[in-house]
Design a protein around this ligand. Structure first.
Ligand SMILES: Cc1cc2nc3c(=O)[nH]c(=O)nc-3n(C[C@H](O)[C@H](O)[C@H](O)COP(=O)(O)O)c2cc1C
Length: 208
């Protein structure tokens, strides 16, 4: 168990999912850096097609940069209230340039060559924006894992898409082609948030 958590053990997946809710007011203390690293490591265990791992994380704790992000997020106060903001984006161009890294080492050189061939065939003739959209579908999986991982270690989050992407790219010095899964303020809750309000399973599921 991590050093700064108020929990005596990590929550189970069920407990983390049940108790996660969007939190927009946070305890004013820095986030434990080991916990932060562990949350990112857990999120990186998310699955992705061909193990592409298109997600990238920009972790912002610097107050001045958080203030700039808040401005890019239409002034939403949770961005500066949280001790850390994780910007989750997909970088499909980096993924393609370094795709051999994602081949399982157990597959050896043949695996690396195979991975390169797979990605070149699938994406080599696509426009950057089109393959970027595919990359984002993968990064969104890690975005979900990140929220559950944070909650599992006793932290709270609020996913956010209410921001101007071009401004965030400029603030963080990110290339034009990246696509955002979202901003994720992270910290310990200083409010209870709202109880879940969801469709019933019968409303959203069909069984065949
Ligand atoms: C992709 C995404 C984008 C969101 N963007 C914002 C946002 O910009 N600002 C905000 O306050 N909440 C945002 N939310 C939070 C939702 O309002 C919230 O998840 C939803 O109402 C369900 O509540 P819960 O998270 O407490 O279960 C976003 C949620 C998601 C998943």
């Amino acid at each position: 168990m991590t050093t700064n958590s108020t929990l005596t053990r990590p929550l189970t997946a069920t407990e983390a999912i049940e108790s996660r809710r969007s939190i927009r007011k946070f305890v004013q203390e820095p986030i434990n850096q080991e916990d932060l690293h562990e949350i990112l490591r857990l999120a990186s265990l998310a699955p992705s097609a061909w193990n592409a791992q298109t997600w990238r994380f920009a972790v912002v704790q610097n107050p001045e940069i958080k203030a700039q992000l808040r401005e890019a997020a239409y002034g939403q106060a949770q961005v500066t209230d949280a001790p850390a903001v994780i910007v989750v984006y997909s970088d499909m161009e980096d993924t393609l340039q370094t795709v051999e890294e994602t081949a399982h080492p157990g597959m050896g050189e043949a695996g690396r060559t195979g991975q390169r061939g797979t990605f070149d065939r699938a994406f080599g003739t696509q426009e950057v924006a089109q393959r970027g959209a595919w990359g984002l579908t993968q990064a969104n999986i890690a975005f979900g894992f990140l929220m559950v991982a944070a909650r599992g270690l006793g932290y709270d989050t609020v996913p956010m898409l209410g921001f101007q992407p071009d401004k965030v790219k400029e603030i963080l010095g990110l290339p034009e082609h990246v696509q955002f899964a979202g901003l994720l303020p992270v910290g310990k809750r200083a409010e209870e948030g709202f109880p879940h309000h969801r469709h019933s399973v019968d409303r959203i599921a069909k069984f065949y």
